[in-house]
Design a protein around this ligand. Structure first.
Ligand SMILES: CC(=O)N[C@H]1[C@@H](OP(=O)(O)O)O[C@H](CO)[C@@H](O)[C@@H]1O
Ligand SMILES: [Mg+2]
Length: 532
């Protein structure tokens, strides 16, 4: 019988690294190799289940990619990203096998431990072919696996957390797709007790997996006749994969600062857009003067933080729950001011990327984190869960606030930012406050801002520090940016190398639209020159 090493070598030859790279032949060996990493990770963690999500999120339909999920539903631990890259880049089948065996030895992984993996994909056409490459890898690595077919990214994170917590005192939920809907719907009904939604919300599903799953979720929720929100699902053409993220979706709305051209809603109607794998959401509406108003991740974070802060006070728990908000440098300066000065809550700024925000948020009892682009969630610490479970209310008002807080811990996805869960979170808050989008928007006014992309010969020369708000290298560039910023009222600007695209991003804020554009373009030209 062939040994595991022989099997890996033989199978790897079926997933060769292409001589001439096209998108598809490039991904086939990557997926084969990702399977090997997932098997190693599961074995290293004593056989806990690891998740693999096949998606390219908000990117064009022909792209694809992969996200690895750790046992508690969190993103793969950072040190393992390095190992994954090492396996993915191994130049030959033999080099791949050597890297695999080296990892086994250096990480003291016992090959005899059973490995378990669960995977799912979004609606992209390339998904099934990539699943074959993945399965080939899982089989030769001796991992057992579950194919969960088509799911949103956060649903897969949910399943991973449920499977790994099953039978413990902190069981997360029933590890099925229906279990996900039931958990959200039960919590939604609890928070909505005695409240009524007004109006409807139109949800643009980016023609992706979010539409299919939102239609399912609605079946479990309260109908409008029962006081629940009326959810109108649009851009849910998931079976025409070429339409995915095309002229719609959260990324389109956020970057273009306008509704999807297909949108038919009138003034003051609430709208929301999901991204292609439903882990991001933004809200927006058309104001009475026909202007477009975006309610982005910052507005969702401030809404959630203010609501939870008020509930904690009503429950008599203001001193016991340390609530904090985590943002990145892209958060609008007005939102940061509003959180610190009006809500009196602490704000932490981290580098871009949700894993950084998540790690900072766990330091609070209630950590609210959102990127401006709409990716985020609220996490409750174990101490907070204990406080909520044991707190004896002293009045009916306290009892109702505490029940609402407990239900929120179930409504909000604790593993990862989840557009469907965030949608319900926003909807329950608006129902509690009897607010429409305009009242929500008027909590603070965004400082005009501009984000531009600058192509430079080598973006790695740009080294940012201080949560990416200042450039250490190339030398001298930060001083030039500072000098420009000082000339603008409410001016703020920074430049950093993108982690996902071959470019440097420049962000600028200033008192007026024209000044923000002007500052952004001047900083962009400083960056361009400094990057030569
Ligand atoms: C300004 C911006 O939106 N940056 C995005 C983008 O990161 P960059 O490192 O800026 O390319 O992609 C990340 C992953 O999706 C997301 O977390 C982040 O917010
Ligand atoms: Mg996404």
């Amino acid at each position: 019988m062939a040994t595991t090493s022989e099997k890996i070598l033989e199978a790897s030859a079926r997933h060769p690294k292409p001589e001439e790279k096209t998108f598809h032949n490039l991904l086939d060996p990557v997926f084969f190799r990702v399977a090997l990493i997932a098997a190693l990770r599961s074995r290293k963690l004593g056989g806990q289940t690891i998740g693999i999500m096949i998606t390219a999120s908000h990117n064009p339909p022909e792209d694809n990619g992969v996200k690895l999920v750790d046992p508690m539903g969190e993103m793969l631990e950072q040190s393992w990203e390095v190992y994954a890259t090492r396996l993915a880049n191994a130049p030959t089948d033999q080099a791949l096998l050597e890297s695999y065996e080296q990892l086994e030895t250096s990480l003291k992984i016992k090959p005899g431990v059973a490995a378990h993996v669960i995977f799912a994909r979004d609606t992209r056409e390339s998904g099934p072919a990539l699943v074959s490459a993945l399965v080939d890898g899982l089989e030769v690595a001796g991992a057992s696996y579950v194919d969960s077919k088509i799911l949103t990214t956060p649903q897969l994170h949910y399943l991973v957390r449920c499977i790994n917590t099953k039978g413990t005192s902190y069981e997360y939920g029933e590890p099925t797709e229906a279990g996900y809907y039931k958990k959200l719907a039960a919590a939604y009904k609890r928070v909505m007790k005695g409240r009524k939604s007004t109006g409807s919300v139109t949800v643009d599903c980016a023609n992706g997996v979010g539409g299919i799953k939102l239609v399912e979720l609605i079946k479990y929720l309260l109908g409008p006749e029962e006081g629940g929100v009326e959810i109108k699902v649009v851009n849910s053409d998931a079976w025409k994969p070429e339409r995915l993220n095309s002229q719609c979706g959260a990324d389109f709305v956020k970057t273009q600062q306008r509704p999807p051209p297909s949108s038919k809603v009138g003034p003051l109607a609430r709208c929301a857009s999901l991204d292609g794998d439903a882990d991001r959401i933004v809200y927006y509406f058309i104001d009475s003067d026909n202007s477009f108003r975006l309610l982005d991740g910052d507005k969702i974070a401030t809404l959630a933080a203010s609501f939870i802060g008020d509930l904690a006070k009503s429950a008599g728990l203001a001193d016991k729950l340390k609530i904090g908000v985590v943002q990145t440098a892209y958060a609008n300066g007005s939102s940061t001011d509003y959180i610190t000065k009006s809500l009196n809550l602490p704000v932490v700024c981290t580098p871009t990327g949700v894993k950084h925000l998540h790690h900072a948020a766990v330091k609070f009892d209630v950590g609210v984190y959102f990127e401006a682009n709409g990716h985020g969630t609220v996490i409750f610490s174990n101490a907070a869960l204990k406080t909520l479970a044991s707190h004896e209310p002293q009045s009916p008002a306290q009892a109702s606030a505490i029940d609402c807080l407990r239900a929120l811990t179930e409504l909000i996805n604790q593993a990862v930012g989840d557009a469907l869960s965030d949608l319900l979170l926003v909807e329950v808050i608006l129902a509690h406050r009897a607010w429409g989008p305009k009242e929500w928007d008027s909590t603070y006014t965004d400082i005009p801002n501009r984000l531009v992309r600058v192509e430079v010969p080598d973006r790695n020369r740009f080294k940012a520090v201080d949560a990416e708000r200042r450039l250490e290298e190339p030398k001298g560039v930060q001083e030039l940016i500072d000098a420009l910023v000082s000339k603008y009222k409410q001016g703020r600007s920074f430049a950093r190398a993108s982690g996902t695209e071959d470019a440097v991003r420049v962000y600028a804020e200033a008192a007026t639209r024209g000044e923000a554009d002007d500052l952004a373009s001047k900083v962009a030209s400083v960056v361009q020159k400094g990057g030569q």
